[in-house]
Design a protein around this ligand. Sequence first.
Ligand SMILES: *Cc1c(COP(=O)(O)O)cnc(C)c1O
Length: 392
Amino acid sequence: MSPRRTVYLDHSASTPCDPRVVEAMMPYFSEVYGNSSSSHSFGRKAEIAIDNARETLARVLNCKPNEVIFTSGGSESDNLAVRGAGWMGRAQGRGAHLITTPVEHSAVSAPIKQMTGLQGFKSTFLPVSSEAWVDPEDLAAALRDDSTLVSVIYANNEVGTIAPIPQLAEQAHARGALFHTDAVQAAGQLTLDVQALGVDMLSLSAHKFYGPKGVGALYVREGIDLVSAQAGGSHERGRRAGTHNTTFIVGMAKALEITHAERESRIAHYRAMRDQLIDGVLSRVPDAILTGHREHRLPSHASFIIPGVDSSKLMMHLDMRGVAASGGSACKTGNPEPSGVLLAMGYSPEDATGSLRLTVGLHTTEEDIDYAVSAVQESVEKLRALAKMFTV
Ligand SMILES: *Cc1c(COP(=O)(O)O)cnc(C)c1O
């Protein structure tokens, strides 16, 4: 084995903060510290910084600044969209039927299950193909007169599949339902033009595109009323109470601006690294299966099932070799249940136990990939040999 190195291949879980982002944030810790809601000069300075950040996001999203709500991250944005639109739809008498998929991030599926279990909402989970593809025809068939909200993930965090968002949004609108998408994984790699996508709401999280953790945004099309999921002060036009985190909002805007400007060269790099990774694992690990869609997948994303191997043990073996990987989604750590996403795609519980996700980033090199592929191969050989010893 080549000399040990440290290789981070878990960029779908989080990315390092870009040094230019850190630099942009610095003045907002101790120099510009006013509360953006205060009317004096200290407050106004913070307010200006937030207004500028809002304009930056609006440029990238191709929307109006007042259509951007700042939140504490992707989870909060998803919760605000699903609850806010669901509660409002019912209050306004449009119905209480929610439609989603079995391959959503838990920040979308958990609130929907809560609303269904505790608050009398109805929900439909659309079928997905073995590649986690959501068919607009299936959505058309599931829509009813009382459907108020459809939520479909843009790019899947576990298997990287990209959904046909414009076509799905069109179906929802044809029946008068709102359409939300979780674009947390898509940001930095796919278009975020909300006009081209045709969505009514879209969630973002800064730490997935080289910004700080704990800050995100929700785009909400003008004219759509949401019940605030967090009530209190009148921040964000009454839809999200809480003093603005000026520093992190500035950081998120800077990160999005950079990521947008450098998108083409970044995704070319991601693609090259990802393809080397996929080819390496498929050719050197016997029986390894690529999960998710071959073409319609995130440029940075490789995911596999390694039959006969327990994902959590594989993570440990890779970690000992310095390779940071994931068994699917970081949010599942410590949860031995097989992934619901893989089960919905039709994999057996045994196969789903062997999931492996490797996601490349800006700083990933060919040498990193070579090393990681060898580490996967060695770890799998070791684990399979051990399993064999105990079954004879
Ligand atoms: C990471 C992630 C989230 C959660 O975002 P946080 O900012 O970490 O709360 C939501 N959805 C998807 C698809 C994600 O990958």
